[in-house]
Ligand binder design. Structure first.
Ligand code: NAD
Length: 493
């Protein structure tokens, strides 16, 4: 475990015995093309403009592949293919047959899990431990879960005669690329819809691998179409008259643009947007577990998590001990190569996102907050940011109110349960939150009064395909996951 060679890893001033030798996951088995085309009607096809953009590895800043940029006419081709597949094949197929195709996708994903995990970490920057243990297994679990529902929709919605909506346009962000694709495609297909999906421009590669899996699973052509590109490609999907439903996950700003574009149309929509979750620690909590929960809540996936516990509220009596233990634990976190199995915090997804995090941290300092960063070394090349906490911040501070989407935590204290609830609710968002206490009654009181779609008690960032997910206020509308996730893709009589 400890070795001189581990000098390549960050020097841990706090506790040098925790230095680990590098343990990189091998990338030899990964098969990536230099160029990726659009996946339309079951085939890889060149974009009509002939334009491609680069996708890079944020840990090395090196180009991985060129990716097609879909324009309006490409989106039109994809929507027409999805419509034809819907009318002629998918909506007519017996539900149990649909289910078999979805199971097949799940099984191939499991077989190719290692390859998918490595590509996810290369393209997005997340630590391999997360892509290997969280993203990819959960993505396969979503396909397994919804495959099971395909022929049981009448039992899921008794008496409601559930019918598919038609063609779903699905637009996803870069923080959980494969998982978000699974989260959206699996319920849509189970309900009998066909799909046009657009991954984020910085993380298109696992979606292209998913296209290969869908082709290998022999899905009828046009049932799933995957088009790559940036915001204009997304807008072309949103505004296409042949789309019946938009499922969007991304920022609140873009969610508002989409909601305005859809107003007055008959398109259904679900919006999964930003968050600024409160993690609340009471004096009677198991403090060491709570500190782990704080670490997991904000530093997991570089803080690139919509439901990240980015605001911490600690009851006054334990504030000093919690902050001391938190700082100690932060010193043991390893920031670096996403493909190294020891890495806790990988690369920030893009230079743009890194600059946004740096700018908000600077604002926090200028506003008078006390900034503390782990002393770990970070690589010279690539986009990395040290785990960071702020104390001495006000409710009105920008870093307390705005989503940073990075490994930055704003800490405040409270005295009473009521004060904690009031402070936690003082945000335009309402996606998630956490509460840490020994008392079940306090859990129920606090979780029932916090306006958030998901609340965790004595744990954080736990996901499951059977459980609905979604927000209140500026965190969006509609629910994905579980039974609720089926409702988002069905007409009910
Ligand atoms: P973003 O809104 O910039 O982009 C999301 C997707 O929308 C991308 O595919 C992008 O190309 C596309 N897009 C951009 N402009 C568009 C437009 N005008 N019309 C249609 N599509 C457009 O978000 P991001 O930076 O990729 O992701 C981070 C955000 O996503 C954060 O705010 C985070 O909280 C949120 N998010 C929410 C959830 C949730 O479940 N609530 C989950 C993950 C991420």
């Amino acid at each position: 475990m400890s070795s001189k060679k581990s000098a390549a890893k960050p020097a841990l001033k706090f506790n040098t015995k925790w230095q680990y030798s590098a343990a990189p996951e091998t990338a030899d088995h990964i098969q990536l093309n230099d160029k990726y085309d659009l996946f339309i009607n079951g085939k890889f096809t060149a974009p009509s403009s002939g334009k491609y953009f680069d996708t890079i590895n944020p840990a090395t800043e090196k180009k991985i592949a060129s990716v097609a940029e879909a324009n309006q006419s490409d989106v039109d081709r994809a929507v027409k293919a999805a419509r034809s597949a819907y009318n002629n094949v998918w909506s007519k197929m017996p539900a149990k047959e649909r289910g078999k195709y979805i199971y097949r996708i799940a099984r191939i994903m499991q077989e190719r899990a290692r390859e998918l995990s490595v590509i996810e970490s290369m393209d997005g920057g997340k630590a391999i431990r997360e892509s290997r243990d969280v993203d990819v297994p959960l993505a396969a679990a979503h396909f397994f879960y919804y495959a099971g529902w395909a022929d049981k929709l009448d039992y899921a919605m008794p008496g409601a005669k559930p019918q598919p909506l038609g063609v779903a346009g699905q637009i996803i962000p870069w923080n959980f690329p494969l998982l978000m694709a699974a989260w959206k495609i699996a319920p849509a297909l189970a309900c009998g819809n066909t799909v046009v999906l657009k991954p984020a421009e910085t993380t298109p590669l696992t979606a292209m691998k998913l296209a290969e899996i869908i082709r290998d699973a022999d899905l009828p052509p046009g049932v799933v179409n995957i088009v790559t590109g940036a915001g204009t490609t997304g807008a072309a999907i949103v505004n296409h008259p042949g789309i019946d439903k938009i499922a969007f996950t991304g920022s609140t700003d873009v969610g508002k643009i989409i909601q305005r574009a859809l107003a007055g149309t008959e398109k259904k929509y679900t919006l999964e947007l930003g968050g600024k979750a409160a993690n609340i620690i009471f004096e009677d909590a198991a403090i060491d577990q709570a500190v782990e929960g704080i670490i997991n809540g904000i530093f997991f996936n570089q803080g690139h998590v919509c439901c990240a516990g980015s605001r911490l509220f600690v009851q006054e009596g334990v504030a000093d001990v919690v902050i001391r233990k938190l700082k100690d634990r932060m010193e043991t976190l390893i920031v670096g190569d996403p493909l190294d199995k020891n890495t806790d915090i990988g690369a920030i997804n893009s230079k743009e996102q890194l600059n946004k995090i740096k700018a908000l941290v600077k604002i926090g300092v200028n506003e008078g907050g006390n900034c503390y960063q782990s002393s770990c070394e970070i690589p010279n090349k690539g986009f990395f940011f040290r785990p960071t906490i702020f104390t001495g911040v006000a409710q009105s501070s920008k870093i307390v109110q705005e989503e940073i989407f990075g490994p930055v935590l704003a800490i405040q204290t409270f005295r009473t349960v009521e004060e904690a609830i009031e402070k936690a609710n003082n945000t335009p968002y309402g996606l998630s939150g956490g509460v840490w206490t020994d008392k079940g009654s306090k859990v129920f009181k606090v979780t029932s009064k916090i306006k958030a779609g998901v609340m965790w008690a004595n744990t954080y960032n736990k996901f499951d395909p059977t459980s609905p997910f979604g927000g209140f206020k500026e965190s969006g509308m509609g629910r994905e996951g579980g039974l609720h996730g089926l409702g988002a893709y069905l007409k009910l009589n």
